[in-house]
Design a protein around this ligand. Structure first.
Ligand code: C2E
Ligand code: MG
Ligand code: MG
Ligand code: MG
Length: 282
């Protein structure tokens, strides 16, 4: 198309393409610089029991803290990290940092929360992935059954045989597995049953308007009862207000995550948050 017409013309005909290429090239070098300079940080957002309002777990969310550009959210770089394969070293860093933190919480704070980490499809497709997870868990003495790996619904639907194989290995190693952003893909109920899942996270799209939208309330109730049948725990994402929290609880949801409880926090702030809330379960 426009490309065949020469560089100057391409700019006229497809400015978005050109911009996307530029963004990609810039972001790729930014990612390399950040990996090299160790500019990444893992922030932690609590997952809370809607009945007791206590923390039961956390999700680790990566950020880039660039000396000149400041704090960048995953939306600014994750896509490019996936396209370029840089998500593999970045994902290893996330796993290692998360495992280290999880073991420390258990050891020093004496609290037995779980930690969920997001895994990209590139990582899951690597034959080394399950082995690396095992090595890292061993290295930091991660308490078994407390590391949760989150996989999006769309990842289950592509390359499902290979993904299933890796998931079975992770499961055998003692990891818990979670399906993220549930409800945005098109997986069927019977399809979910193929995978060794422990947790299902309902996408925040259902929560945003839950108080006004009877269809979304009904869908959330249906997902909850389906999850009971499949023996999955349910976490509702994106809970921002007390009204939404009450409403999802009324639909039978047990656990929630969102700004209502807390934004994702730097490790030191999160640790304070844990200390000051009555969560110590020992
Ligand atoms: P996700 O795994 O679905 O994570 C939830 C996202 O929703 C996070 O955005 C979180 O900050 C945001 N969030 C939490 N509560 C609320 C709320 O009440 N309202 C609203 N509007 N948003 C809320 P974040 O941190 O920008 O991450 C975006 C996505 O980037 C994540 O979605 C995940 O898919 C990806 N991601 C984050 N960290 C990693 C990572 O270490 N590895 C990989 N592969 N992907 C990651
Ligand atoms: Mg997630
Ligand atoms: Mg999600
Ligand atoms: Mg998401």
């Amino acid at each position: 198309r426009a490309k065949a017409e020469g560089r100057g013309r391409a700019c006229v005909f497809a400015p978005e393409d050109e911009q996307r290429t530029l963004h990609r090239v810039n972001t790729e070098s930014l990612l390399r610089e950040a990996l090299e300079g160790e500019y990444f940080e893992l922030h932690y957002q609590p997952v809370c029991d809607l009945g007791t309002q206590r923390i039961v777990g956390a999700e680790g969310l990566v950020r880039m803290n660039h000396p000149e550009k400041g704090l960048l959210a995953p939306g600014d770089f994750i896509d490019v990290a996936e396209e370029t394969g840089l998500i593999v070293p970045l994902g290893e860093w996330v796993l290692e940092e998360g495992a280290r933190q999880l073991a420390q919480w258990h050891r020093e704070l004496g609290c037995d929360i779980t930690l969920s980490l997001n895994v990209s499809s590139k990582q899951l497709q690597s034959s080394r992935f399950a082995g690396r997870v095992a090595e890292i868990c061993e290295k930091y003495s991660v308490p078994s059954g407390h590391l949760v790996l989150e996989i999006t619904e769309s990842m289950l639907m592509n390359n499902s045989d290979q993904v299933l194989d890796v998931m079975n290995r992770l499961k055998a190693q003692g990891c818990l597995l979670s399906i993220d952003d549930f409800g945005t893909g098109f997986s069927s109920l019977s399809y979910l049953q193929k995978f060794p899942l422990d947790v299902l996270k309902i996408d925040r799209a259902f929560v945003m308007d839950i108080e006004a939208n009877e269809t979304h309330r009904a869908l959330v109730r249906a997902i909850v009862s389906m999850s009971e049948a499949l023996k999955l725990r349910v976490i509702t994402e994106g809970v921002e207000t007390e009204g939404q929290m009450r409403c999802i609880r009324q639909q039978g949801c047990e656990l929630g995550q969102g700004y209502y409880f807390s934004r994702p926090l730097k490790a030191a702030v999160f640790n304070e948050w844990i200390r000051s809330s009555e969560t110590l379960s020992v």
